[in-house]
Design a protein around this ligand. Structure first.
Ligand code: 13P
Length: 253
């Protein structure tokens, strides 16, 4: 039995003050919710204040990326040990916006995932096809390539801190959600690859989140699918009421 895992990816949104307002409300309203794991992913700038505000709560703090080196001449980057120092416990790597606009590749995502895990963070490795790739019948091949890169060099010892997020690019920020059936098909394929990679027993413990226009109205149906173990939520995580409703819908299944 996998505990559902819901993460709010705030992307490039919210000042420190706005971040604190939102997490204070989440902390107060979600304190009694059990049977689900919850995280928020603020910007690097807001992360330390958010992590501090969430201390002692049932909500964790996640970063939106993690560089592969620990320190040195890498202007603009933030490393795993620095994220741990700032209060993060999880890191998203390989988000499609990083792949699309910032040059992340299957290979660099693998390096970032290994660095996050080496620092003691959990790693949420994102995969997902574009609309052209889906229309061209290449969804599973694209996901295979991203998965192979993202998981390279990993062994079974890290499985407890590894999460895969399937986020079809055409569903991100578009209001066009994958149907539960479409998402389940890809999730089942990812699970099959995890079986091949880590063995059935370990692979069955790895959570696979769905992301792409998740809302309170569709979260329950998505998470009811056998291989969908939670959600990576963008836009709907920016309003407390929306995110709380998604967490409660996800827990309800
Ligand atoms: P939306 O929920 O805004 O579609 O974003 C999904 C996403 O990219 C989460 O990482």
């Amino acid at each position: 039995m996998r505990t559902p895992f819901v993460v709010g990816n705030w992307k490039l949104n919210k000042t420190i003050a706005e971040s604190l307002t939102l997490v204070t409300e989440l902390k107060n309203q979600l304190s009694a919710v059990k049977g689900i794991q919850i995280c928020v992913a603020p910007t690097f700038v807001s992360l330390p204040a958010v992590a501090k505000r969430l201390e002692g709560s049932n909500i964790g703090t996640c970063s939106q990326d993690c560089f592969w080196e620990t320190s040195g001449a890498w202007t603009g980057e933030v490393s795993g040990p620095m994220l741990v120092d700032a209060g993060a416990t999880w890191a998203i790597v390989g988000h499609s916006e990083r792949r699309q606009f910032f040059g992340d590749t299957s290979e660099s995502v693998g390096k970032k995932a290994r660095a996050a895990l080496a620092a003691g963070l959990g790693a949420i490795v994102c995969v997902g096809e574009s609309l052209a790739e889906r229309d061209g019948g290449r969804t599973l091949a694209v996901v295979d390539d991203q998965l192979a890169g993202g998981l390279s060099g990993m062994d079974g010892t890290i499985v407890a801190r590894l999460v895969i997020a399937y986020e079809p690019v055409w569903a991100i920020g578009t209001g066009r959600t994958a149907t539960p059936g479409q998402a389940q098909e890809v999730h089942a394929h990812i699970r099959k690859r995890l079986h091949e990679r880590f063995g059935a027993t370990l692979a069955d413990t790895i959570r696979i989140q769905y992301g792409g226009s998740v809302k309170s109205s569709n979260a329950e149906a998505l998470i009811a699918e056998p291989d969908i173990d939670g959600a990576l939520v963008g836009g709907a995580s920016l309003e407390a009421a929306d995110f709380i409703a998604i967490v409660k819908a996800a827990r309800g299944t």
